[in-house]
Write a protein that binds this ligand. Structure first.
Ligand code: CA
Length: 227
């Protein structure tokens, strides 16, 4: 069952949307303002967010922009009043996926939500298998393979390799790797990133002709083929 977060301060509108969605087997959690919406997002993994533009504490477009700084994937639908159609452009620029003008027929909202959720499922399915050259990573089963042979990696090595596979042919700095894999600020006094990259290299390159992770002196590392 998909869980939807609805951020709307007008009780009547919120109740109308909530009732309709629950009748269609969605689970809905409602927030009356931006602050409580953000608190809810910390503790619940939603499948979709519906944000009204006019909220008591923050503009829904700004809220959308803030959410997108840490969550780029969850579909966001904006609701806006008819006299604020300029919000459409701002909303989409802020990272919303779709927008609907109030008043709307419930069936229209439902159709848009279903379309966004279908798109999300397709994206999620496509992205869990990552491939580069003869490397393959399944982020659901946590299986890594090179040339069809399974490679045994630790959790951090797996996350590090996933980071490279999500950014092939791009130079990743040690700072970026530290932040993404270890969630820490890089301390230039240590070389643990280099140590981990070497662990990973040993596991995915030893016994194979092609090198995949290359050092870019003074900059970081890049996943690319020699060919
Ligand atoms: Ca409102």
């Amino acid at each position: 069952m998909a869980i939807i977060c609805l951020v709307e301060d007008e009780q009547k509108v919120a109740a109308f949307i909530c009732k309709g969605l629950e009748e269609h087997n969605y689970k809905v959690k409602t927030a009356k303002d931006g602050a409580s919406a953000k608190a809810m997002l910390q503790t619940t993994d939603f499948d979709l967010l519906i944000l009204d533009v006019m909220l008591p504490d923050i503009n829904g477009i700004e809220l959308c922009r803030q959410i997108r700084q840490s969550d780029t994937k969850t579909p966001i639908m904006m609701l806006t009043a008819l006299d604020q159609v300029q919000n459409k452009v701002s909303g989409l620029k802020a990272g919303a996926d779709d927008y609907l003008v109030k008043p709307f027929h419930f069936i229209e909202l439902l159709a848009r939500i279903e379309a966004l959720l279908r798109r999300k499922i397709v994206n999620d399915t496509e992205e869990h298998i990552l491939e580069f050259d003869d490397l393959k990573l399944d982020t659901w089963s946590n299986i890594a393979e090179r040339a069809g042979k399974q490679v045994s990696l630790t959790a951090k090595e797996f996350t590090l390799l996933e980071l490279f596979l999500r950014h092939p042919n791009k130079v990743l700095s040690r700072e970026y790797i530290a932040e993404k894999v270890w969630k820490i600020d890089f301390d230039t006094g240590t070389n643990f990133i280099d140590v981990y990259v070497n662990y990973l290299r040993n596991k995915i390159e030893k016994g194979y002709k092609n090198k995949l992770i290359h050092t870019v002196i003074g900059m970081g590392y890049v996943l690319k083929t020699d060919k």
